[in-house]
Unconditional design. Structure first.
Ligand code: 5AD
Ligand code: SF4
Length: 412
């Protein structure tokens, strides 16, 4: 049996891919002898798994480190050491800067190095001044992480199938923090999904920054598409529900759209960011689609699956966005009718082209646009929720999930 190493506390910021990564880190460290705890005050090892997508998200990490500094000092007085690690996208993007800004940090580890975590933590414990590993190794980190546990923590699980992005939207840090697109091989994913199913999982959400660009090794000459991967996973008898997120409109291939109409296990829910409604802004964002492309795609998806619930991401106040251009965004929202949406004020991220563009929009203009947009989105969400009232959940064939909505992951 592995000797107990101490207590571990992981705090996760940001997207579902970070939630998945935190789970895998937790599992790897459990194998190395760590036991999880719910509070940093009890922890010998604290990991912050961070997000760099908007300035607010990154700043949260530094305020959390301020709190951890006090905890570390208090624990020292009681004779306990604490190792503090910063993982995730802030680690990747800011590297050494974290150690100078927050000397309380012992280890900075990028998302591609989690399989080396055990070794890095012991080295960090021996070296003063902190250590950094933010390489993009050639190696597939997933191959080196331990297999998923034998008993699932929940009937619903995430499974990362694709990482990184080659789209280079001009506002986005992902291509820099997560690197170029990489798809895991089909066999590896099917094995992991099979193990999750054996452990009691009944619903899997496939994750990727650009998940529908998936093109993993199929063992044949042609790589597998996301639609082919979904079909392969649907063959696992214990799995009752499949979802995937996040998708780019450009990569919604015909076979994937059609699958929404003919793969029963694929849930009637799709997250499809459109970001902005003006073609000029979409071009400046390098989105590679127009407003009409998006609306036509929504029409085709609804033709395949009429009751699909659509959610989206929207940015207001991209550099140069005029009032008229913002109205184009409202028009798209009104025309599509989303069940849910995430909307953000444009946040200039260091190193991205949009951060250096002229005509940055005033903060108060961004705020009032966001407010106006969110009022419409809230109405749409309320209308969608109201449409679900009165469902007889016993009629839903997926008995194991009676309490979980088929459209989203929320417990109803
Ligand atoms: N400013 C505001 N929102 C952003 N997003 C990504 N980068 C930025 C940024 N610089 C939003 C996009 C994306 C979601 C994950 O976060 O809408 O789809
Ligand atoms: Fe970022 Fe998504 Fe654009 Fe990729 S497609 S650059 S992850 S917003």
């Amino acid at each position: 049996m592995t000797k107990a190493k101490g207590k571990l506390f992981i705090k996760t910021f940001g997207c579902q891919m970070n939630v998945y990564d935190s789970e895998r880190m937790g599992e790897a460290l459990a194998e190395a002898g760590y036991v999880t705890t719910d509070t940093p005050e009890n922890a010998d090892l604290v990991i912050l798994n961070t997000c760099h997508i908007r300035e607010k998200a990154a700043e949260k990490v530094y305020s959390e480190l301020g709190r951890l500094k006090q905890i570390k000092t208090a624990r020292e007085r009681q004779g306990h050491g604490t190792t503090i690690a910063v993982a995730g996208c802030v680690a990747q993007a800011e590297g050494r800067e974290i150690l100078s800004r927050a000397p309380v940090v012992d280890l900075v580890v990028g998302p591609q190095s989690y399989h080396r975590l055990g070794d890095l933590i012991s080295r960090a414990g021996q070296k003063r001044g902190g250590i950094i590993d933010i390489d993009f190794p050639e190696d597939d980190k997933f191959k080196h992480l331990p297999a998923r546990p034998k008993v699932a923590r929940s009937p619903s699980a995430f499974l990362t199938v694709q990482e990184g992005c080659d789209k280079f939207c001009t506002f986005c840090v992902v291509p820099y923090t997560r690197g170029v697109e990489y798809s895991r091989p089909v066999r590896e994913i099917v094995e992991e999904a099979g193990r999750l199913a054996q452990a009691g999982v009944r619903e899997i959400t496939l994750l990727g920054q650009n998940v529908n660009a998936y093109h993993g090794n199929s063992g044949r000459s042609e790589p597998a598409s996301l639609a082919q991967l979904l079909r392969a996973l649907a063959e696992i008898p214990e799995l009752e529900r499949l979802r995937y997120t996040t998708s780019h409109p450009r990569d919604m291939s015909d076979d994937l759209v059609a699958l929404h109409g003919n793969l029963e296990k694929l849930m009637p829910y799709l997250h499809l960011p459109f970001q902005a409604g003006s073609d000029r802004i979409l071009a400046a964002m390098n989105r590679k689609h127009t407003r009409d492309d998006y609306l036509e795609l929504v029409r085709r998806i609804r033709a395949a699956r009429a009751d699909i619930a659509l959610s989206t991401d929207i940015i207001v106040g991209f550099p140069g966005e005029t009032d008229e251009e913002f109205i184009r965004t409202l028009e798209v929202v009104k025309s599509v009718q989303f069940s849910q949406a995430y909307s953000f004020k444009f946040s200039p991220r260091p190193g991205t082209p949009a951060a250096a563009m002229d005509d940055q929009v005033l903060e108060e203009v961004k705020s009032s646009r966001l407010q106006e947009l969110q009022a419409v989105l809230n109405e749409q969400q309320a209308a969608f929720n109201a449409s679900c009232v009165g469902w007889n959940l016993d009629d839903v064939s997926y008995k194991a999930f009676r309490a979980i909505c088929v459209h989203c992951l929320k417990v109803r």
